[in-house]
Design a protein around this ligand. Structure first.
Ligand SMILES: Cc1ncc(COP(=O)(O)O)c(C=O)c1O
Length: 394
């Protein structure tokens, strides 16, 4: 069985490109262009040299001794938090900005929740001399204000979004609205494995560098190029897609995803789409979405701005419904506790998004010799105020 996209842009029953007429040309142009460009030697050379010299790749694979002792396994952390700009998002933003330039587009737009994708896109645009607009919900602007200042300093225009509950989903809708009004010169740098085909595949490929590195790093450290278990947090699904990409078809590897439970999956305040969602269409893609019985999208809630989305990318919807990946919903308090735990045991302050993945460790049974890789998708500097507000005795 394969879990990759088919030639019509679907992952099983999920995916596709459900777009308004006005976007047909630019989405079809992208569908035609992305693979030939990404597979050209010239693109690969430029992209990989920036990943190495600018982003700082390969990101380390770190053996977490004290956490391993606590959880009874051999735990390795894939340190995407050490990338330039502090998260995995830069792998994708630089790749898409290079792609946009090769397609002759000069104006970049992006959506952002936690601000990490916005900062990464603003950074790529500063580097390549491109114009950049980032759509961000007003609620997120308030809770992630240092990232807003970083984007502005990088020369991007941050466009506040005041519709809905003013978070990530609303920022996506607003970016798509802007794109519909400026389809010919604008390239939409989508920040996760979501959106119309080819974005889920495009973003997964850009992030697949994570598991490409894992193969040789694990061989060096453990003598085998695959782990027993992979763990990643999931919002739209990009760091998870990158983490599992080269292992999706390897049934020896367990895949564990941590989505945001918010106040609890039965509380009505949650972003646990894989637990609570049903099939629907959101932002151009068929996926699991949180919706009411009339098909109206429900507002997602999570303490973490980057996981606060009422949908999940189609690749993961397919893998979860087929039983390939297992999902845990991690509540806000569990994530905060796990963030403090990683900080105190390993000296690594994770992004609150990544702390959800850390919290999943306590929900899984391991054998002592299991090799477990957990992706630390970002660093926690942007979340210090939230960590301090809740404290370590939560
Ligand atoms: C540090 C970090 N991790 C994870 C995510 C979730 O996104 P994704 O599921 O696409 O990796 C975000 C989103 O902003 C993020 O900033």
């Amino acid at each position: 069985m394969t879990y990759f996209v088919d030639d019509k842009g679907f992952y099983g029953e999920f995916g596709g490109a459900y777009i308004p007429e006005i976007l047909h040309k630019c989405v079809h142009d992208l569908q035609d262009a992305y693979l030939p460009i990404m597979e050209s030697d010239d693109f690969k050379r430029e992209y990989h040299s920036l990943l190495q010299d600018y982003v700082g790749r390969p990101s380390p694979l770190y053996y977490a001794k004290r956490m391993s002792e606590k959880y009874g396994c051999r735990l390795y952390l894939k340190r995407e938090d050490l990338n330039h700009t502090g998260a995995h998002k830069i792998n994708n933003a630089i790749g898409q900005a290079l792609l946009a330039r090769r397609m002759g587009k000069t104006h970049i737009i992006a959506e952002t929740g936690a601000g990490q994708h916005g900062v990464a896109t603003a950074t790529a645009c500063a580097l390549l001399g491109m114009d950049c607009k980032v759509f961000m919900g007003k609620t997120d602007i308030e809770r992630q204000h240092t990232n807003v200042e970083r984007m502005r300093m990088l020369g991007a225009e941050v466009c506040p979004v005041t519709t809905g509950n003013m978070t990530l989903s609303d920022a996506c809708s607003e970016a798509i609205r802007y794109w519909c009004c400026h389809p010919s010169d604008t390239f939409y740098v989508v920040g996760s494995t979501m959106g119309p085909h080819p974005y889920p595949d495009l973003v997964a490929r850009m992030q697949s560098i994570i598991s490409e590195e894992l193969k040789w790093q694990l061989r060096e450290k453990t003598g085998r190029d695959y782990p027993d278990c992979l763990i990643a947090c999931i919002g739209g699904g990009s760091n998870a897609a990158g983490t599992i990409y080269h292992y999706a078809d390897n049934e020896h590897v367990r895949i564990i995803l941590a989505e945001a439970g918010g106040s609890g999956i039965d509380s009505g305040r949650t972003a646990a789409t894989l637990h609570c969602g049903s099939v629907g269409i959101l932002h151009g893609s068929r996926m699991l979405v949180m919706q009411d019985e009339d098909g109206q999208i429900e507002e997602a809630y999570s303490i973490s701005a980057g996981l606060d989305y009422p949908g999940v990318g189609p690749m993961h919807c397919n893998m979860v419904t087929k039983g390939r990946s297992k999902v845990f919903a991690i509540n806000d308090d569990e994530a905060i506790r796990a963030g403090y735990e990683l900080t105190r045991l390993e000296g690594i302050i994770p992004a609150i998004e990544s702390a959800h993945a850390v919290a999943a460790l306590s929900k899984v049974k391991f054998n002592a010799d299991d090799v477990v890789v957990l992706t630390v998708s970002g660093r926690g500097d942007k979340d210090i105020e939230t960590y301090l507000k809740y404290g370590d005795d939560i």
